[in-house]
Design a protein. Structure first.
Length: 491
């Protein structure tokens, strides 16, 4: 997919498809009105007849249009202009890209939507992310691909300024990063396990100029990451902890991004049912999100210091697996009683977060497909946000808001700490009841971040799409890559 920017009049563009947007119950924007003049007012007539309404995500294909150079025309509904936002534009472009990439469309030309309150930069950003989302596929192992992304995409703007070119380059880097995250999450767990993830991370690090460090079992032992090692015990696949460093911020403070990378979560001895286990290759989405974001941050050469920490294990039952009642001594010395081996994410993150603190992180964000309880609380499209620092929490929420990714804050009142009290250890790894399950998990994590401002994003819902919809295929969604990059940019 090669993306470029032009300011050619729409009717002159030779393409397999020319895409233009129309706002709901609104006049045609200037460039579309000019195009429509060449079309003998076809679009205006279709509007009068009620065939084109402009409702969000409405698609009206027009085959063999006359009077313009493009072979086919696609009119995309953008919804009401006064309600236009990042997620809306992204969604409209994703629907369009998903529809067009179902068949071959070598040359695609798209008129960027005009006239909303969004900045040109945001329009480019949202459009390109929609294109990447709509053309990405979960069918990595199909013998014959069912999705064909366009070879060349031309974005048409009223003026192709230098700053718009910069926006395009940035959007392309981020779009590719989100697709990397989607791809990693969609990989089958027979191919995506701690060692193979770490190898992929190393390859990427070398390509984009990140410093990489991979800890194996003996190094993890030397680093006292006993909780992480305990989770890995049941598996034949050895664990890894990958650290990526991006240091272009000079003496500025360091932001740490920490990801849960359970490449398969069977539940361990607290074995999941088939129904609950079926999608558990997605349990490394936090780590995949961190890797995607680190790739983009490096390629964008952002003038900041960011480290990405990915805790990689497979959670399996076996004769060597950790048992219920086991007590683990974590990296920071605190002890955890294991009462459910399926609450494994918080165990590996305990060590990874303590490691981030020891690496002198000034701020931490962790991302984890941590609890089904978060899905119960917020549904599948919204992440749970928990923090020990209101200001830092607000910054992360604002970054998500700016790029159309939704998180909602859940409380961390001190009383919740009682849920994880243990009779035998400093804490236990379950809340003891089904109530406030996302929060009791976060309360355990909080024990490992010392006093560093920290945000926990429970992405169990948004990281993974159980079903396909008009804007994307099912599977890994790549969500929160944009938020992390935005956070690094504004850090
Ligand atoms: N990986 C799961 C959480 C999950 C559930 C992610 C659904 C994505 C979709 C996690 O390791 C887990 O199993 N959590 C348990 C915790 C419980 C045993 C305290 C859960 O949510 O049931
Ligand atoms: Mn689990
Ligand atoms: Zn898990």
């Amino acid at each position: 997919m090669h993306l470029s920017l032009q300011s050619t009049p729409l009717h002159e563009i030779a393409a397999d498809w020319l895409v233009v947007g129309v706002w709901e119950k609104d006049t045609l924007s200037e460039s579309v009105a000019q195009l429509d003049a060449k079309l003998g007012s076809l679009i205006a007539r279709l509007r009068e007849q009620g065939d084109i309404v402009g409702k969000a995500k409405e698609l009206t294909p027009i085959y063999q249009p006359t009077g313009i150079a493009a072979k086919r025309l696609l009119v995309v509904g953008l919804g009401p202009r006064d309600k236009a936002d990042f997620a809306g534009v992204l969604g409209a472009f994703a629907v369009m890209a998903k529809s067009l990439s179902a068949k071959a469309c070598p040359r695609l030309a798209i008129a960027l939507p005009q006239g909303s309150s969004l900045s040109d930069e945001a329009v480019v950003q949202a459009s390109v992310h929609g294109l990447f989302q709509g053309t990405s596929t979960a069918g990595l192992r199909k013998s014959k691909t069912e999705r064909t992304p366009p070879d060349a995409i031309t974005l048409l703007a009223s003026s192709a300024s230098g700053s718009l070119h910069t926006s395009l380059r940035r959007a392309e880097i981020e779009g590719r990063a989100a697709n990397l995250t989607r791809e990693l999450v969609n990989m089958p767990p027979c191919d995506m396990y701690p060692e193979s993830f770490a190898e992929r991370a190393s390859t990427i690090a070398n390509q984009v100029g990140l410093t990489v460090r991979v800890l194996d079992e003996s190094q993890l032992l030397a680093e006292r990451m006993n909780a992480l090692l305990a989770v890995a015990c049941g598996s034949d696949r050895p664990p890894r902890l990958v650290t990526l460093e991006h240091r272009l911020g000079g003496a500025k403070p360091t932001l740490a991004l920490v990801g849960k990378g359970v490449t398969f979560d069977s539940g361990g001895l607290s074995l999941k049912s088939t129904e609950h286990m079926i999608d558990m290759k997605c349990d490394m989405a936090g780590a995949a999100t961190v890797l995607g974001a680190m790739q983009a941050i490096a390629e964008l050469k952002l003038p900041v210091n960011v480290i990405g920490i990915m805790a990689l294990v497979e959670n399996m039952p076996s004769g060597k697996a950790m048992k219920l009642g086991d007590v683990l001594k974590t990296r920071n010395g605190k002890t955890i009683e294991v009462l459910n081996t399926d609450a494994e994410g918080r165990l590996i993150l305990a060590d990874a977060l303590a490691y981030a603190v020891d690496l002198k992180a000034a701020n931490i964000v962790d991302l984890a497909t941590l609890t089904g309880a978060c899905l119960v609380a917020l549904g599948s499209d919204v992440a749970g946000l928990m923090t020990n620092n209101a200001g830092w929490g607000a910054k992360v929420l604002a970054a998500g808001e700016a790029v159309g990714e939704r998180a909602w804050q859940l409380p961390m009142f001190p009383q919740y700490r009682e849920m994880i009290k243990s009779d035998v250890a400093d804490m236990r790894n379950t809340g003891g009841s089904r109530y406030a399950g996302a929060i009791s998990a976060a309360k355990l994590l909080e024990e490992f971040v010392a006093d560093v401002p920290w945000v926990h994003l429970d992405i169990a819902g948004p990281a993974w799409a159980e079903r396909e919809n008009a804007t994307r295929e099912s599977g890994g969604t790549g969500s929160f890559v944009r938020t992390l990059v935005e956070l690094a940019r504004t850090y």
